[in-house]
Design a binder for this molecule. Structure first.
Ligand code: HEC
Ligand code: HEC
Ligand code: HEC
Ligand code: HEC
Length: 149
């Protein structure tokens, strides 16, 4: 192979690797704020919840793996750079009324409980340590009526 050809070949390879890296990186950037409206529920009975990555990740320095997960042998093996799936991809049990009475295996897959356990669970801990913290545990702290936003 001529030297010129070899170098342009290297350049192309480098460009391909670089753009692939950028693509993965772009795919992993969390949106600053998201309004969570899972598609397994046709209709929400409460106002939809707005969640801020900016607040939780940038300001409060909470690790992605506190909320994003892939389980293997009972351990969360998700690490930064891995694809992020919506909660409902795995927690696809749709009951939203009386979900506490589901059998344990269904409870783990229940979507409403998965959100409440994660979000309210941590906020309770935060409030226990610092009662003045703005980590809502009451319904309308998260399910804000549209007019109050
Ligand atoms: C305190 C919890 C929490 C933390 C910490 C967190 N996220 Fe999220 N993230 C969420 C929730 C909740 C959603 C919405 C999931 C859904 O719609 O089912 C989400 C959605 C996303 C999405 C969009 C997925 C989609 O399909 O729309 C990406 C990408 C993402 N997060 C990446 C990250 C990365 C990277 C980090 C760490 C730098 C991070 N998140 C930290 C809770 C969190
Ligand atoms: C790739 C699949 C997958 C995704 C995506 C996922 N989870 Fe999970 N989640 C699991 C598995 C598996 C477990 C472990 C269940 C067990 O203990 O057997 C689990 C456990 C949990 C638990 C602990 C349940 C308990 O009863 O101890 C909570 C809370 C939870 N997930 C919330 C969420 C939330 C909220 C999201 C979205 C931000 C999410 N999960 C995304 C698969 C997933
Ligand atoms: C690992 C801990 C943790 C988890 C999990 C978590 N939060 Fe928070 N959240 C916090 C902390 C810490 C604050 C900020 C407290 C402060 O600054 O005083 C906060 C603040 C908030 C606020 C008020 C500030 C704002 O952005 O308006 C909302 C709303 C909120 N969280 C929603 C959620 C939702 C929805 C989820 C679940 C998808 C969630 N949080 C999961 C720790 C957590
Ligand atoms: C820390 C935040 C947080 C608090 C506090 C909270 N929720 Fe939720 N809740 C969520 C998230 C996140 C979802 C899933 C996303 C969505 O529905 O927008 C959800 C989903 C629901 C759903 C299923 C969807 C629907 O609208 O029908 C119901 C019902 C619900 N919550 C009721 C309540 C009630 C009642 C309270 C007070 C006792 C409450 N929540 C407190 C975060 C919270």
């Amino acid at each position: 192979m001529k030297k010129g050809k070899f170098i342009s070949c290297l350049a192309v390879t480098a460009a391909v690797v670089l753009s692939a890296t950028l693509l993965v990186f772009a795919a992993q950037q969390p949106p600053e704020t998201i309004t969570i409206k899972p598609s397994i529920w046709n209709k929400l009975s409460m106002p939809p919840v707005t969640f801020s990555h900016k607040k939780h990740v940038t300001e409060d320095k909470i690790a992605c793996s506190q909320c994003h997960m892939v389980y293997k042998d009972g351990k969360n093996v998700w690490k930064e750079g891995d694809p992020v799936e919506k909660c409902e991809k795995c927690h696809n049990e749709p009951t939203t009324k009386g979900e506490f009475t589901l059998p344990p295996d269904k409870k783990k897959l229940n979507l409403k409980l998965s959100f409440h356990t994660l979000c309210i669970g941590c906020h309770r801990k935060v409030k226990n340590q610092k009662p003045t913290a703005n980590a809502p545990i009451v319904c309308n702290g998260c399910h804000k009526p549209a007019a109050a936003k």
